[in-house]
Each structure stands twice: as structure tokens, then as C-alpha cells.
Design a protein around this ligand. Structure first.
Ligand SMILES: [Zn+2]
Ligand SMILES: [Zn+2]
Length: 326
């Protein structure tokens, strides 16, 4: 069989087959395969060239030396680590899996991560904090039509775009995304104060009996604004292995989150610059808080559902917005 016929039989074009044969026949094929394997099948690995040298400080002896010169093609391949499935399906899958296990461990416990299964009995909620409005956008309301009068199909590219591009606060939307991390920080500070107030304790006293744990991901909505999904859990003073005080209930946590989210302290002020006015950002009015249960009885969200949901958004985020995928 000539190479062309062989290529067709293998479902490859002749150039690819030629390449495959060249790589497979090379003396360093095993090392090459090892590299590909260790990148987890990354579709766009980063190629590194260079060397490292470790010397004993006192004796000056060379402890370890490594150079990419000995590697196949003189390069070391490492996984790109991109979280977006459209950039690298393999790395995004790895990241999604890691996120799933991380969130799941936080909810259900995981001995290998030093989180005992007793965290299941701690008050836990799944909360969604949204961005404020920057102006009306095209949407698909549960009932009736969009404000523009149309009934948009699900994949309509116009969804999430401004109804009135003239008045929509695009700069505000960008600034909010930029500062959303700080807003989250302020929210968590305020949450501790709200919890302390409900227990009749000072902040310092609270620290001695309670710790708040978070697992959160940022998600881009269709309109391009960030919102946060977070698992918020109450532990005893020394973390997941310790029992929270009896007054720390799901109801009290829910209540404290609502108060913290709308408190004036939970505001980000972006000073005026150039032709941009001063802006103050708070969370949007939509605030969703759901208790997390170990097993679904239909009314509450389950651990698995939360972990899967969060992991999905950790990788899907950028794709659904059609934002620049970098
Ligand atoms: Zn990759
Ligand atoms: Zn519309």
C-alpha cells in the first residue's frame, strides 16, 4: 500500500500520516508520548525552551540540572490550562472537574482535602449575587414578549444586547466587572458583621466561635455582566472540622446574607475619570439564596446539583456571552 492509500485507510490526509510516522519512528518517541500524556491531551500546549540548574549553596555542587535540549524537538510541552472549552476542550474539562470536586468537597466533605463529612450538618446555602442594571436589554421573559415587542428565539444573537444602545451604560458595565471582586470582598466583610449582630456578639467574639467558608465562581450573563455563584457555609472557629454554634442556622445565614448584600457598606465607588462620571455600584436586585441539602426531596437544591452547576459555569462562562475568548 502506498502512503496515499494508507492515509485514506487511516482516515488521515497524507501530510498528517507522514507526520505521525515521522514522530512514531523517532528515537525519542516514548518521551514525546510521555509529554503529551502529561499535558492531558491539551490541544494547544505551551512550548518551553531553556534550562534550570540547582546548586548546593555551601559546597557549590550541582544538585540538579535540566535542559529542554534533551527533549524531543528541544522543547518541553506543558498544558495551556485554559478554562474555556472553545480554546482547549481538554484543559477546560480538567478545570471543570477540579471545580466540581472542590465545590463538592466543600459541601459534602472530602477526607483527602481535610474536610470531614460532618460539614453536611453545617448550615449551607447556594447564593447568586447579580450585577446591577446598566439599562434594559433584549430578553425572553417567562410570560409575554421582550420589551421591543418581539418573541426572541433561544439562540437569538440579539439577546442580552441593549434595547437602546444610545442610553445603555456600557462603560458602567465594564467598570462593574472590573470591580466585582472588591464588591464581593466588601460583601463578605459585611456578612461577618451581620452574623455577629444577630448573635449579639462583637466581630472579635464571633471569630472565637464561627468561621464563614466560601466557594465561588464568577459567571458572565448574556448581557456580559458578571455575577457570582457561591456556596456559603458556617463552620466552628477552627474550620470544617469544628461544629458551628447552635444559633448558627440556615435561616439566620439566609437573613444575614440578604442584609449584607443590600447594606450601604457593600458598595464600590469608582471615582470620576476623563469624561466618565463617578459611579457607585451595588449588587443587582435579583438575589437568590437556596439551602443546600445532602439528598434532594424536591424542595431544595442538592450537593451534586450545586457542584455540577458551578463547575459547568466555571468553563462555559465566556462562551455564552460571545465575548472575546482569551
Ligand atoms: Zn490546553
Ligand atoms: Zn427584544
Amino acid at each position: 500500500m502506498d502512503q496515499r492509500a494508507a492515509a485514506t485507510a487511516a482516515g488521515l490526509d497524507p501530510a498528517t500520516l507522514h507526520d505521525v510516522l515521522r514522530v512514531a519512528a523517532a528515537p525519542d518517541f516514548d518521551r514525546w508520548r510521555d509529554q503529551v500524556h502529561r499535558t492531558g491531551g491539551c490541544s494547544d500546549p505551551v512550548h518551553l525552551t531553556g534550562w534550570t540548574l540547582a546548586k548546593d549553596r555551601t559546597s557549590g555542587d550541582t544538585l540538579r540540572r535540566y535542559s529542554t535540549e534533551a527533549e524531543p524537538g528541544g522543547r518541553l510541552r506543558v498544558a495551556c490550562g485554559n478554562r474555556r472549552a472553545s480554546r482547549c476542550p481538554s484543559c477546560a474539562h480538567t478545570y471543570s472537574g477540579d471545580t466540581y470536586h472542590l465545590i463538592r468537597a466543600g459541601l459534602a466533605g472530602d477526607e483527602s482535602k481535610d474536610i470531614p463529612a460532618t460539614v453536611r450538618d453545617h448550615p449551607r446555602v447556594f447564593a447568586t449575587l447579580t450585577a446591577p442594571s446598566f439599562g434594559p436589554v433584549h430578553n425572553r421573559p417567562d410570560r409575554g414578549a421582550c420589551r421591543c415587542g418581539a418573541r426572541h428565539p433561544e439562540n437569538d444573537p440579539v439577546l442580552g444586547t441593549a434595547l437602546d444602545p444610545e442610553s445603555y451604560d456600557y462603560a458602567g458595565a465594564v467598570l462593574f466587572n472590573n470591580h466585582a471582586g472588591q464588591l464581593w470582598q466588601r460583601f463578605t466583610n459585611r456578612l461577618r458583621r451581620e452574623l455577629a449582630a444577630r448573635a449579639g456578639l462583637t466581630q472579635r467574639e464571633l471569630k472565637d466561635v464561627l468561621r464563614v467558608s466560601y466557594g465561588k465562581v464568577a459567571e458572565f450573563q448574556k448581557r456580559g455582566a458578571i455575577h457570582f455563584h457561591a456556596v456559603i457555609r458556617l463552620d466552628g472557629a477552627d474550620g470544617p472540622g469544628t461544629v458551628p454554634p447552635s444559633w448558627a442556622t440556615v435561616q439566620l445565614l439566609d437573613d444575614a446574607i440578604r442584609a449584607a448584600a443590600v447594606h450601604t457598606y457593600t458598595t464600590i465607588t469608582v471615582p470620576a475619570a476623563g469624561d466618565q462620571p463617578l459611579r457607585r455600584f451595588q449588587w443587582g436586585r435579583q438575589l437568590d439564596i437556596r439551602p443546600v441539602k445532602a439528598f434532594g426531596d424536591g424542595s431544595d437544591i442538592t450537593e451534586q446539583a450545586v457542584a455540577a452547576y458551578v463547575a459547568k459555569y466555571a468553563t462555559k462562562a465566556a462562551e455564552t456571552t460571545g465575548s472575546l475568548d482569551r
